[in-house]
Design a binder for this molecule. Structure first.
Ligand code: PLP
Length: 500
């Protein structure tokens, strides 16, 4: 056996650093490279039909049309595209994604957008209305998250990812200035959102991942061991995207306070649910600014805040910390320039729509919505518990994650897709989830989910010979030791997305 054959055969048994080395080595061999490329191409060809369904049905523009098309034609085409796509999310077949989605709410936000479509908060002198909206959005979120009587402040951003990226950059720059840390480290549970890993890659902050316990909550002892003199921030989720688990924020934030480092609560998903769940009497562990160690919180207005897509809020305990987020330059020939977030020009209309959502719904509206969502989730949890082949992961309020010890859960996921459902396949551990939104509180939706899920389980159980088409891809992608190959595959997928 030569080296190549040996590596191909045994790569699964090698320790991770050697896998990465073996992978690089193998990829350099032309015959292996060709084989891998061929496999990718076949996989991508299979995906292309489902990802590009409009190829022959609608006109394609690889370059600008020589003369403009009629507006009526453009609108008509878009209406027709919308009609094809709308039913799935509107009828509640999608996990997360559209959190409100009632016709009148959408119409209202669209009118607000139309009124404000030209506004850009970069020009605060021209649109002081937008500045007003944004200041009040931040203040309303701060007061909702325990910052009422404190100096809590923040900014509006374009989404949860941007809020998290901004916070991590802020801690890096704060720690360099205040503590002279030049090789910054952040500590986050493995279940923390991918945006923290993105921040680590973008900003050169080393990410120390800590494991979670059987209930999918961050291991506080592992966090204690992970703290070093280069730690700039510790992170916890309230709750986490994968399993909806609320990390032990109190202990984690106290650990951060003891070491005089930052603590970020990622409440992107839960920020507009947990405060109302608490008021409704649900058991909600503390996670917000009422904990003295919490120094920042990300909260997504475009999720359970029911704003249009494209807004989120990043909050800080005080103005001192927020200053490290700001960008200013005094030397540019374009004039004195400053911006609070990554973007320059920004869509003021989205902030206006966000403000309109918050103020038109109000506390009572959020409370009612939360009640409906949590009751639906309670029903789904109880029903999933009754299915002997399935096992719930953790004890979550509104993200229902489940695994199976006897069946391939990805086959269950695939069967659900054939029944029109768009749910999330997760790994480490292998499971799937549905994030409950107002869409699922419509009459009949939760019952339909359970009956389809039962049918899926029965089908997978009685057809062990069926391999499925996506299930093996998911399975391979989650267990394959060569993570670089999986990464390459994802990049090919992105290439495909941007193919005309
Ligand atoms: C959705 C989510 C994010 C990221 O938000 P985007 O708006 O998709 O960028 C971050 N953290 C958690 C827990 C989330 O659920």
């Amino acid at each position: 056996m030569n080296l190549e054959e040996f590596l191909m055969k045994n790569i699964g048994k090698l320790p991770p650093p050697m896998v990465a080395w073996a992978e690089r080595h193998l990829k350099k061999i032309p015959s292996i490279r060709r084989k891998i490329e061929k496999e990718y191409d076949e996989l991508m060809d299979g995906l292309e039909t489902s990802l590009k369904p409009y190829k022959d049905k609608f006109p394609t523009f690889a370059r600008l049309p020589e003369t403009g098309r009629s507006r009526a034609e453009v609108l008509q085409e878009m209406e027709s595209l919308r009609q094809r796509e709308e039913a799935q999310w509107k009828d509640g077949f999608v996990s997360g994604a559209v959190y409100h989605g009632d016709e009148e709410h959408i119409e209202f936000l669209n009118r607000v957008y139309a009124i404000n479509s030209q506004s850009n908060p970069l020009h605060a002198d021209v649109w002081p209305s937008t500045t007003k909206f944004e200041a009040e959005i931040v203040s309303m979120c701060a007061s909702m998250l325990g910052g009422e009587s404190q100096a809590v402040c923040g900014t509006v951003s374009s989404g949860g990812t941007e809020s998290i990226l901004l916070a991590m950059k802020t801690y890096r720059d704060w720690a360099r200035d205040a503590k002279g840390i030049t090789r910054p480290e952040m500590i986050a549970p493995v279940t923390a959102h991918a945006a923290f890993d993105k921040a680590s890659q973008y900003f050169g902050i080393k990410l120390i991942k800590i494991p979670v316990d059987a209930d999918s909550r961050a291991d506080i002892n592992a966090a204690r061991r992970a703290v070093s003199r280069n730690t700039v921030v510790i992170v916890g989720s309230a709750p986490s995207f994968p399993h909806g688990a609320v990390d032990p924020i109190k202990d984690l934030s106290e650990l951060a306070r003891m070491h005089k480092v930052g603590f970020h609560t990622d409440a992107c998903l839960g920020g507009f649910v947990l405060p109302w769940a608490e008021n409704l009497g649900y058991n909600v562990p503390p996670f917000d600014f009422r904990l003295p160690g919490v120094t920042s919180i990300s909260v997504d207005t475009h999720k359970f805040g029911y704003a249009a897509k494209g807004t989120s809020v990043i909050l800080y305990r005080d103005k001192e910390l927020r200053r490290y987020q700001y960008y200013t330059t005094t030397e540019w020939p374009g004039g004195l320039y400053f911006s609070p977030t990554f973007a320059g020009s920004r869509p003021g209309a989205l902030s206006a729509a966000c403000w309109a959502a918050l103020t038109s719904i109000g506390e009572q509206g959020y409370m009612d919505a939360t009640k409906r969502i949590l009751e639906t989730a309670e029903y789904l949890k109880n029903e999933v518990r009754q299915i002997p082949e399935l096992r719930l992961i953790g004890d979550s309020l509104f993200v229902i994650a489940f695994a199976s010890d006897s069946l391939d859960i990805y086959k269950v996921l695939e069967f659900m897709s054939r029944k029109k459902w768009s749910l999330n396949g997760l790994h480490k551990p292998t499971c799937m989830h549905i994030c409950v939104t107002l869409r699922h509180t419509q009459p009949g939706v939760k019952e339909r989910f359970i009956s389809d899920l039962k049918a899926a389980v029965a089908h997978v159980k009685s057809h062990p010979e069926e391999k499925g088409s996506m299930a093996p891809v998911y399975g391979m992608a989650s267990t394959m030791p060569m993570r670089g190959l999986v990464s390459d595959m994802l990049k090919k997928y992105l290439d495909l997305i941007f193919k005309v």
